[in-house]
Design a binder for this molecule. Structure first.
Ligand SMILES: Cc1cc2nc3c(=O)[nH]c(=O)nc-3n(C[C@H](O)[C@H](O)[C@H](O)COP(=O)(O)OP(=O)(O)OC[C@H]3O[C@@H](n4cnc5c(N)ncnc54)[C@H](O)[C@@H]3O)c2cc1C
Length: 388
């Protein structure tokens, strides 16, 4: 290998997590190279499609809540520095049968962490937000701090801020492999070879290829589809009239947004058609069967929104066995840090992940409690717990 350049830190993958990491590293005065195999931002990984939900009532596990507090703080800071609104607060609704995870966990999160919230039955929810038509028996937690992030704009903001502090970013350059070199690393791309003291791998759906065999079975890509439907009556679904929402129902767990940015009511089903994929060979077309899943759900729970799709897009989840992220140092190479397996609910954390991955790379430890996200905690498969 011929080495052309040396950096303090190389970040592989400048998507949601990598863009925040190059920014935090550059803020710390490190020489940093971010490399992405596609453009920045791109529509090939996990961070496109305009919007991502952010919420405090973390029904999956209250251990995420301290990280969320810091994530909100950092998103606010980043949008102020970027001079562009990235975070839109709409409030959020988490609904299910009273004993199911989404309602029960959301309520527990609010109570444990003293988050303001309101607890509605199906009629009260429709009175407050007329777009929802939930069946009798479902309950909903409304938490006012939830909202959405403009995911591609967040990547652009982080990368612009990083470049303003001297970060070097290369798009359209694929990392082929990496290897330890003394206490540092060598990174070979389809163009050349670089060296660095530290390496951060934030390769989204490709993480298990760059970290094989370590993550082969632990960070598994899955095809997703989201749709924007034409509402019959747009009013209840406008920004300002509809919160972001998650509904756990017999048909599956679905999520969605008020209309924003492009026409239509955006929704998706977590794990969509449960299709494990290779991101290099995935079916990136959207089909009538994809639309049917989303349309039938809308027809029952948001009948006024259930028109034909105006747009559809594929995207990729990278699932771990229990749906918890993998944020750790490489067990055999402590100079390599990985942020992977964000299991369909990672974007909202990207700001704080930038801070955590930077601290792990530079200091070897982080001030945040991420013990529940370590490689030793990844555990065995349990699909039901995977969420968004
Ligand atoms: C449909 C959908 C809905 C979602 N909804 C939400 C939500 O509402 N809220 C939420 O918080 N999260 C949500 N998520 C999850 C969230 O979007 C992801 O967890 C997050 O985007 C993951 O970011 P990442 O940086 O790991 O991956 P990415 O943003 O995909 O970045 C990985 C990057 O690595 C690059 N790369 C890969 N391999 C190489 C290589 N060999 N060389 C160079 N570059 C490489 C890729 O090109 C890519 O740009 C959703 C995900 C999907 C798909």
């Amino acid at each position: 290998m011929t080495t052309t350049d040396h950096y303090d830190v190389i970040v592989v993958g400048v998507g949601g997590m990598g863009s925040a990491t190059v920014y935090e590293l550059a803020r710390r005065g490190k020489t940093v190279l971010g490399i992405d195999r596609f453009g920045i931002p791109n529509t090939m990984g996990s961070s496109h499609g305009l919007t991502r939900i952010i919420r405090m009532a973390y029904w999956e596990d209250v251990a995420y809540i301290p990280l969320l507090r810091r994530a909100y703080e950092l998103w606010n800071e980043t949008q102020a520095r970027a001079g562009e609104q990235l975070l839109y607060i709409t409030g959020g609704v988490d609904a299910s049968a009273p004993d199911d995870d989404v309602y029960k966990g959301s309520r527990r999160a609010c109570e444990t962490h003293h988050l303001p919230h309101e607890d509605y039955d199906h009629t009260e929810l429709s009175n407050r937000f007329p777009g929802f038509v939930l069946p009798k028996g479902m309950r909903a937690i409304y938490q006012p701090d939830a909202g959405f992030l403009l995911s591609e704009r967040c990547i652009v903001a982080h990368v612009n801020l990083a470049m303003a502090r001297g970060a070097i970013i290369h798009g359209h350059e694929r990392v082929v492999n990496w290897e330890p070199a003394g206490e540092g690393v060598k990174v070979r791309t389809d163009r050349t070879t670089y060296s660095a003291d530290k390496l951060v791998i934030t390769a989204g759906p490709w993480a298990n290829k760059l970290l094989a065999p370590l993550l082969k079975e632990l960070a598994v890509p899955e095809r997703q589809v989201v749709a924007w439907l034409q509402p019959k009556n747009p009013e209840p679904f406008r920004f300002g009239n509809l919160p972001v929402w998650i509904i756990q129902a017999p048909e599956g767990t679905f999520y969605g947004f008020p209309s924003w940015g492009i026409p239509g009511f955006k929704l998706g089903r977590i794990h969509h058609r449960e299709e494990t994929v290779d991101p290099d060979n995935m079916d990136r077309e959207c089909h009538p069967e994809d639309e049917a899943i989303l349309w039938s759900f809308a027809k029952r729970y948001f009948p006024e929104a259930a028109g034909r799709a105006l747009s559809m897009e594929t995207c990729i989840f990278t699932n771990t066995p229990k749906g918890h992220f993998i944020v750790d140092r490489h067990p055999d190479c402590p100079q390599v840090v990985l942020g992977a397996g964000y299991s369909g609910h990672g974007f909202k954390f990207a700001s704080v992940m930038g801070e955590i991955l930077t601290e792990l790379a530079v200091d070897g430890k982080t001030r945040h409690n991420i013990s529940f996200l370590g490689l030793n905690r990844v555990g065995t498969w349990n699909r039901d717990l995977r969420s968004k």
